[in-house]
Ligand binder design. Structure first.
Ligand SMILES: [Zn+2]
Length: 343
């Protein structure tokens, strides 16, 4: 059973999830098997034909003739067997002196992006991407209907340096009963900027990125990809909605197509510059509920927020300084990274 505990010295929460220790990590030999062309990995629980090795599916996009938890799917969502949080747990918070503890209530789901073991994001078709966006939208809408859930994290870990325990392409969704302090403070800043200027902070930042022109990599009608001015990771890339689109639930099919083609383009460029690399992707999601903490900005969320997707390659190891100061060291300038990615 896991807990969410509040770290009063640093104003941060931590999930203490002992059962995560027992999850199996993929054998690096599978990477060699893959190079040899053994694409269907016999031990992989996420490959098509191995549906019985996973928890029963929550939802899937599949061929009409196929049944749940059988072959014939294109994308599948399952509860994480080694979950950090559990939706079936009763939710309650305990306060004891300086210690605040939330029993491990929440959701932890895995989206198996594709039945194919080796279909990494740079090889995704338009259909694969559209299925991905559609199923994420469906899960966000379903999870936020549970009033107890305050925040959602949507992320991908790819490769062991990025913390992935499965090699097969997948995405994770974690829903929390608390609002992480970093997310709350970010929305306070967004709202403060909006109140003093009448504009969206992210849109103003993009205007300045276009003026500087040194960190922009590529763009479409609705999205721009750039290496952020204060990148924390070498070759970090942000893809941001230029105007209007505040959250993933509202993305249109046209925007999904644009975003996925830009994403594939960025991955091809990153691979060209840094070779095969481990990485994390995170997708922004605003706070889910109107509460005493969010009431000051909640009604303005669509005005102050824009959809952001952050790609952080894990080619440089953060260490003691980063832990002691909560401040990253990045050995590659974002201007140099963007110039190389533009090619
Ligand atoms: Zn697989």
């Amino acid at each position: 059973m896991s807990d969410i505990r509040y770290n009063t010295l640093d104003d941060r929460y931590v999930i203490i999830a002992a059962e995560r220790l027992h999850r199996p990590f993929f054998n690096p030999n599978t990477a060699i098997q893959q190079q040899l062309g053994l694409k269907h990995i016999s031990s992989c629980p996420f490959c098509e034909g191995h549906e019985s090795k996973t928890t029963p599916e929550i939802v899937a996009i599949r061929e009409k003739s196929s049944k749940a938890d059988e072959k014939g799917w294109k994308i599948r969502v399952i509860p994480n067997r080694y979950k950090a949080l559990n939706i079936e747990t009763d939710y309650y918070a305990q306060h004891s002196g300086l210690f605040e503890l939330h029993k491990g209530f929440g959701a932890h789901e895995i989206v198996i992006d594709t039945p194919q073991h080796d279909l990494t994001m740079d090889k995704w078709s338009e259909e694969t991407s559209l299925n991905w966006f559609n199923i994420l939208k469906y899960r966000i809408n379903d999870l936020k209907s549970d009033q107890r859930l305050q925040a959602l994290s949507i992320f991908k870990n790819s490769g062991s340096k990025a913390g992935a325990s499965q090699e097969h392409p997948h995405t994770q969704i974690i829903a929390l009963p608390i609002l992480p302090t970093q997310l709350l403070h970010q929305f306070y800043r967004f709202h403060q900027h909006y109140r003093s200027t009448g504009r969206t902070l992210i849109e103003d930042m993009i205007v300045q990125e276009y003026e500087d022109a040194t960190r922009i990599i590529s763009d479409t009608d609705s999205f721009v990809a750039f290496c952020p001015f204060a990148s924390e990771f070498p070759f970090e890339v942000m893809i941001v909605a230029k105007e209007g689109l505040s959250r993933l639930e509202n993305i249109t099919d046209k925007e999904s197509k644009e975003l996925s083609s830009l994403l594939v383009e960025i991955f091809i460029k990153l691979k060209r510059e840094v070779g095969e690399f481990d990485y994390n992707i995170s997708l922004s999601t605003p706070p889910l509920q109107k509460t005493t903490q969010t009431s000051s900005f909640y009604n303005d969320i669509d005005k102050i927020s824009r959809l952001m997707l952050r790609i952080t390659p894990r080619i440089y190891q953060h260490a003691g300084f980063e832990i002691s100061m909560g401040m990253m060291i990045n050995p590659v300038t974002p201007e140099n990274a963007a110039r190389r990615l533009r090619g």
